[in-house]
Each structure stands twice: as structure tokens, then as C-alpha cells.
Design a protein around this ligand. Structure first.
Ligand code: URA
Length: 202
């Protein structure tokens, strides 16, 4: 049932024309991962490699993400991975407000279907979006990264764990240690919360 809903959603995203990004994309990049999944990672926007393949995080940032996941014993196939907008912005510019708004319903449906325990927004934009979605005050990523924030009274079981965007490490090497530490904290949280991820369930 859920798998069918995911297939339908991905089909809608593939032919979406809700914003100007549809005019310049090669492929839409809905995201991928198990449904349901305890862990849900949200990036910013597809880049060149993602646009060409239709898969999220397959370029340099994806390599960093996979390496970080491996340090806590996870494979990318154990977690759900997507981005705020599903189509590549030209020249990899930052997605605009109206593009983020046009794509918002897709992300919400993905979260609903995936029913995660932990949302992991990666980078400033994803963190801002998730905090504002749950009516939480915005706290800059430089202060909130690596901290667990509960999504609210109506979502007791859902928590947010913001981290820097993996691409930030490639632009700003001193962040490497910070993002590494945050992923180690994420690994401890997964243990503490007893989260079951797909590889362990099979
Ligand atoms: N950066 C993102 O935020 N998403 C991708 O899919 C790739 C790079």
C-alpha cells in the first residue's frame, strides 16, 4: 500500500511542472530509501550528478554522506535520503522561496509515508525549513547542529537532529571534525533510542 503511494508520488515528481526548475532539469530527483524508515535525511537540492541520474547524493556530497554513515555502521540503503527541492537549480544556485514552497507538499508526503523517528536536515536551508514546519523558532545551523530537538507536543515520537550539509565540508575543511562528531552523536542516539534500521530488520 505504502509502496504504491511512494511509486505514485515519485511519478508525480518526475512529471512535475509546479515551478521553473522543471524547465531546466534533466531528471527530477525524488529521493530514495526504505519506507518506512527510522532515519530521514534532507539535503538542499540536487546537483549535476543527481540531475543526470535521478538519484540523490551521488556526487561529491554523496560520497561524504556515505563515508559519514559508514562511520556509524550504516549504509545509505538503510536510511531515506532526499532534498528540499527535487530538481536541480541552474548553476547549483540556492533554491528560491517559491521553488521551496512549490516542492513542500512532496517532502511532507514523503515524511508522512516514511514515518521517521529522526529527521536529519543537512545544512542551513533544510534546518530552517524543518524548524519552521514544526513551528519551532529558527536557530542558526552553527548553533543547533548536533543537538536533538523534539518536533513538538503533537509529534512526541519525532525528533530533529540538524547537521551541516556534507558539501560544506568540501568547501570548508575545518567543518570535517564537526560533522564527524555530529554523526558519532547521531550513532549514539540511534543506539539509545533503539532505532531499527533496515539492514538490522532483515
Ligand atoms: N546536495 C543535496 O542537497 N542534494 C543532493 O541530492 C545532492 C547534493
Amino acid at each position: 500500500m505504502k509502496q504504491e503511494a511512494v511509486r505514485n508520488l515519485n511519478r508525480d515528481i518526475a512529471i512535475c511542472t509546479r515551478c521553473r526548475l522543471s524547465l531546466t532539469r534533466t531528471n527530477a530527483v525524488p529521493g530514495e530509501g526504505p519506507v518506512p524508515s527510522a532515519l530521514f535525511f534532507i539535503g538542499e537540492a540536487p546537483g549535476r550528478n543527481e540531475d543526470l541520474t535521478g538519484r540523490p547524493f551521488v556526487g561529491r556530497a554523496g560520497h561524504v554522506l556515505e563515508t559519514l554513515l559508514a562511520t556509524i555502521g550504516l549504509q545509505r540503503s538503510s536510511v531515506f535520503i532526499t532534498s528540499i527541492v527535487k530538481c536541480r537549480p541552474p548553476e547549483n544556485r540556492i533554491p528560491r522561496k517559491d521553488e521551496i514552497a512549490a516542492c513542500g507538499g512532496y517532502l511532507q508526503t514523503q515524511i508522512h509515508l516514511t514515518a521517521p523517528t529522526l529527521l536529519v536536515p543537512m545544512g542551513r536551508l533544510a534546518s530552517e525549513l524543518v524548524f519552521s514546519h514544526f513551528g519551532l523558532p529558527n536557530i542558526p545551523i552553527g548553533r543547533i547542529h548536533g543537538q536533538l530537538v523534539y518536533a513538538g507536543k503533537s509529534c512526541r515520537d519525532l525528533a530533529i537532529f540538524p547537521v551541516y550539509h556534507p558539501a560544506a565540508v568540501t568547501h570548508n575543511p575545518p567543518l570535517k571534525g564537526t560533522i564527524f562528531e555530529d554523526f558519532q552523536a547521531l550513532g549514539r542516539l540511534i543506539e539509545e533510542k533503539g532505532l531499527k534500521l533496515r539492514d538490522e530488520q532483515e
